[in-house]
Design a protein around this ligand. Structure first.
Ligand SMILES: Nc1nc2c(c(=O)[nH]1)N[C@H]1C(S)=C(S)[C@@H](COP(=O)(O)OP(=O)(O)OC[C@H]3O[C@@H](n4cnc5c(N)ncnc54)[C@H](O)[C@@H]3O)O[C@H]1N2
Ligand code: MOO
Length: 499
């Protein structure tokens, strides 16, 4: 009622954020943690990845063995073993030697780099073929799998393989290879490849390209070092943070609980969507725009419905909303008209102090911020809660939410560490925009692509009163015209906040 605004600047209002509390915490599984806010620092319990890994298929080598290697003067290296995936190599690599390795495999001791397989050529197998035609291979496929072939190749071409490929799979080949080519393999088809692979891994290679130390290798602590703080309190968790937690074996995280935001619409003229629209009435738009904005901001809207222009009714609902939620948004009745009760009701509530009535922004000047210390909330946490009186005009309520309420809601969620909150899109303004000195203006703009040879983005101002939802529906963003600026000229590059 008959109060006059004591207008504060936007900066003055935003600086009050620190006077409000943050919600309590809870434990959630990593799979439920997306978009939640981390409540503690997380340290790496071990080095990541924990061992030196190859990033390529090829040969683990001492890089010095390849120095000077080229197509015309290749380096010649002996292949002394093959690394099994998921295992620990049981051989080491010295100068002039190489170990066959796949992407992700552990480098054998002595190797400091990996030559890509396409930069090598296999030139020799270790095989003893003598005059009597006895071929003897002993190939180590992995640390559990010893492949032992004893093959007698003679004029009758009897080939007898007895191979243990791994600890679960006994492979027994009895193959008579003769003119009729009777071949009996009791084995999985890929075992043959493994065996051939391992045989191919033994021998010598020519290397056509040198590698530098640590080339094609991830060091044992290259991702994160043991003891390092890998995630900071106040971080909004994204898919990559879930991946990091998984990599470190963390399956539960302490996060801030989701804040509840109470939403109240006021006004004798406002009717719910379910009611018929009789003359003089308008449907409740603000409850729905604000609930959507609250969800978009990572909180939970709690609807308290529509309150008539009645001080006692508004008092009761406000009191209940403050008790049951962490922040309250009241739209309508924030101005200085005879039916604008919000500021009086908030002043009359216990332990509630009006901190702001009027902000030098347009739209949104008649905004109220009260701080309520009225005891514990339902979760037993002691809060200074923000209670907002937002202007009733549909656009004003939305703009004030984005520009003013959002920083307080981010603080309530516990966010301290997120660069995305202020991302803006550069665009070229298509017409002059005037603005009054001494207030920050928010211009709704539509973003369109420039055509022809200009790949830029144009910002087309959407003109219209702040009671018209159409202007927000048409808009893609808000353009801020600062307090000390009189206007912006057509053709200027402006920064647009997406809405
Ligand atoms: N003498 C003055 N009058 C007004 C001033 C001023 O400085 N001096 N400021 C104007 C501005 S700017 C705004 S914004 C409004 C803010 O008024 P209130 O916050 O008191 O809001 P109401 O008067 O209740 O409603 C304004 C307008 O919005 C419609 N409305 C309200 N709630 C809803 C809803 N939930 N859904 C849809 N539409 C809603 C309401 O019907 C009115 O049309 O004050 C100006 N006056
Ligand atoms: O402040 Mo009103 O919100 O300009 O329309």
């Amino acid at each position: 009622m008959s109060h006059f605004f004591k207008v504060k600047s936007l900066e003055q209002v935003i600086s009050l954020v620190s006077e409000f509390s943050v919600v309590g915490t809870e434990i959630v599984s990593v799979s439920e943690a997306l978009s939640r806010v981390l409540a503690v620092d997380i340290c790496a319990a071990h080095d990541l990845p924990g061992f030196r890994r190859s990033t390529m298929d090829g040969y683990a080598v001492c890089s010095a063995s390849t120095f000077g290697a080229s197509e015309s003067t290749p380096a010649w290296l002996d292949v002394v073993g093959a690394v099994a995936m998921g295992g620990v190599p049981d051989f080491s690599v010295g100068p002039g030697e190489a170990g066959k390795i796949a992407t992700g495999g552990m480098l054998p001791p002595g190797a400091d780099s990996v030559v890509m397989v396409e930069h090598t050529e296999l030139v020799e197998h270790i095989s003893m073929v003598d005059d009597t035609g006895v071929v003897d291979y002993t190939s180590i496929v992995d640390d559990t799998a010893v492949v032992d072939h004893t093959s007698i190749v003679d004029g009758t071409a009897v080939v007898d393989h007895t191979s243990i490929v791994d600890d679960t799979a006994m492979v027994d080949h009895t193959s008579i290879v003769d003119d009729t080519a009777v071949v009996d393999h009791k084995k999985k088809p890929d075992h043959r490849e493994n065996v051939q692979d391992s045989l191919a891994g033994r021998g010598s290679i020519e290397v056509y390209k040198s590698v530098a130390p640590l080339q094609n290798v991830i060091e044992k602590d290259e991702d994160f070092k043991k003891g390092e703080v890998v995630l900071h309190k106040g971080t909004v968790l994204r898919s990559q943070e879930a991946g990091l937690a998984a990599a470190l074996g963390i399956f539960q995280l302490e996060v801030y609980r989701l804040p509840k935001v109470g939403i109240i619409s006021t006004g004798d003229e406002i009717v719910p969507l379910s009611s018929p629209l009789t003359p003089g009435k308008v449907r409740d738009v603000n409850s729905h725009t604000l609930a959507s904005l609250v969800k978009e901001a990572g909180a939970v809207p709690v609807m308290f419905g529509i309150v008539r222009d009645n001080q006692n009714e508004l008092f009761d609902i406000c009191k209940r909303a403050i008790e049951q939620t962490d922040m309250v948004l009241i739209s309508g009745g924030s101005s200085v008209g005879s039916r604008d009760f919000t500021v009086d009701v908030l002043s009359s509530l216990d332990a509630t102090e009006i901190m702001v009535h009027g902000i030098s922004i347009s739209p949104g000047k008649p905004t109220i911020l009260a701080g309520s210390r009225s005891g514990e909330n339902i979760s037993g946490e002691n809060h200074v809660k923000a209670v907002w009186g937002l202007p009733g005009h549909v656009v004003s309520a939305m703009v004030v939410f984005r520009v003013v309420v959002l920083p307080f809601l981010r603080n309530l969620r516990g966010i301290t560490n997120c660069v995305f909150s202020g991302i803006k899109i550069p665009a070229k303004l298509t017409r002059n925009v005037a603005s009054a000195q001494g207030r920050t203006d928010y211009i709704r703009v539509k973003l369109v692509r420039e055509d022809g040879n200009n790949p830029g983005i144009l910002a087309v101002p959407i003109l219209g009163k702040s009671g018209l939802i159409r202007t927000m529906v048409m808009a893609d963003g808000l353009l801020e015209v600062p307090e000390n600026v009189e206007g912006i000229e057509k053709g200027d590059i402006v920064m647009v906040t997406p809405v």
